[in-house]
Design a protein around this ligand. Structure first.
Ligand SMILES: Cc1ncc(COP(=O)(O)O)c(C=O)c1O
Length: 354
């Protein structure tokens, strides 16, 4: 087990405003993140070294590839470039490896996730998979509440990693699962560390520290528009703040489902959902709404025309990025694709779209 933990944040202050961001720790401070080249991989962060030694799989998190879309973007002027960041290539298969790692790291450092404690959270899947992977690698138990309609692939992956699952009423959605997790954590505080990805600032800090710098470097600072789906908002808050600090003119475009009941796993309809504590709407320049059909059609198109097998929310991000791209005469648009298509493989739509 890992014995030494280093400060990630000195206090759990409200991190909603960029000017309130504290240093992220003596060994990974904000100045470092801004001025140094982003580390080639997270293992270059000294503060994480002891964790990597205990669980080498963690060193594979981050530094995901950025690739230019060819076929899907051919309707755009040649001076408009459309790139996608393939977060499905993280070891746990999604962007959530980053957030989960920072949440766990901070909890271990502060003692909130001490020996004999179980990590507890509500998750529609990807964050749970990331916690389960980290729990397996670092040796702490993981208990998850997830709506019973989560895709069967996700449930099987969680079982493979050894997580304890409670399937909740699908009609109550992720909110229902959250409510149950909160109640359990309140009832047995000595037993559980409630990770609460929606209100946990380590979520966005992961993206501020890793995803943001990577995206900036991979585009040689040329990025003009960043497009990402909004679930907890962690990706958009962290990457958005980092990019804003580097380039105030950068446009931050959030993607959400067009209606409250939808099939884009991982995304929230913010007008009707409880707004996550870490989400600051003022940071985002624009929200683009996408239908489930549009997202699925694009996911299928990306598989068939680009050879990129990505998830449904990734399809939604590309639909939105193309909408942005069509309005431009020049620019560099980056869409973040949260996961690969494998977890949705049993969905019928893949074969139905030409
Ligand atoms: C598939 C998928 N897409 C998008 C997101 C949204 O990311 P974030 O929570 O950082 O807003 C998630 C989050 O769980 C997800 O699982």
């Amino acid at each position: 087990m890992v014995q030494t933990y280093y400060p990630l944040t000195d206090h759990a202050a409200d991190l909603k405003r960029a000017d309130k961001w504290p240093n992220v720790g003596p060994q990974v401070d904000k100045k470092d993140v801004l001025e140094r080249r982003a580390p080639r991989s997270l293992s270059a962060l000294p503060a994480l070294r002891s964790v990597f030694e205990a669980a080498p799989v963690i060193s594979l998190i981050g530094q995901t590839p950025l690739v230019r879309l060819a076929d899907a973007a051919k309707e755009l002027p040649t001076s408009v470039k459309l790139y996608v960041k393939l977060e499905g290539l993280n070891p746990g298969g999604s962007v959530k490896d980053r957030a989960a790692l920072f949440i766990v790291w901070e909890a271990m450092r502060s003692g909130a996730l001490g020996p004999d404690k179980t990590l507890l959270d509500a998750t529609s899947g990807n964050t749970g998979i990331a916690y389960a992977m980290l729990g397996a690698a670092l040796g702490f138990p993981v208990r998850l509440m997830l709506p019973a309609n989560a895709s069967p692939e996700r449930v099987q992956i969680l079982r493979a990693y050894g997580a304890q699952l409670t399937l909740t009423d699908p009609s109550a959605g992720t909110e229902g699962a959250r409510q149950l997790a909160r109640e359990l954590a309140n009832a047995e505080p000595d037993r559980y560390f409630y990770a609460d990805q929606y209100d946990n600032s380590a979520n966005q800090l992961a993206h501020y520290t890793t995803t943001g710098p990577e995206t900036w470097q991979q585009t040689d600072g040329q990025i003009t528009h960043f497009v990402a789906g909004l679930g907890t908002g962690g990706t958009m808050m962290g990457v958005g703040r980092y990019l804003r600090e580097r380039q105030p003119a950068v446009q931050l475009v959030g993607v959400q489902p067009e209606r409250p009941r939808h099939g884009i796993e991982g995304l929230k309809h913010l007008a009707t959902a409880r707004v996550p504590g870490i989400y600051d709407p003022e940071l985002v320049d624009r929200i683009i709404e996408v239908t489930t059909d549009e997202a699925k059609t694009m996911a299928s198109r990306l598989a068939r025309q680009e050879g990129l097998f990505v998830g449904i929310s990734a399809g939604a991000a590309v639909v939105a990025a193309l909408r942005v791209g069509r309005e431009l005469t020049h620019g560099t648009v980056v869409a973040l694709l949260p996961d690969g298509g494998f977890k949705y493989a049993s969905a019928p739509f893949w074969g139905e779209i030409n």
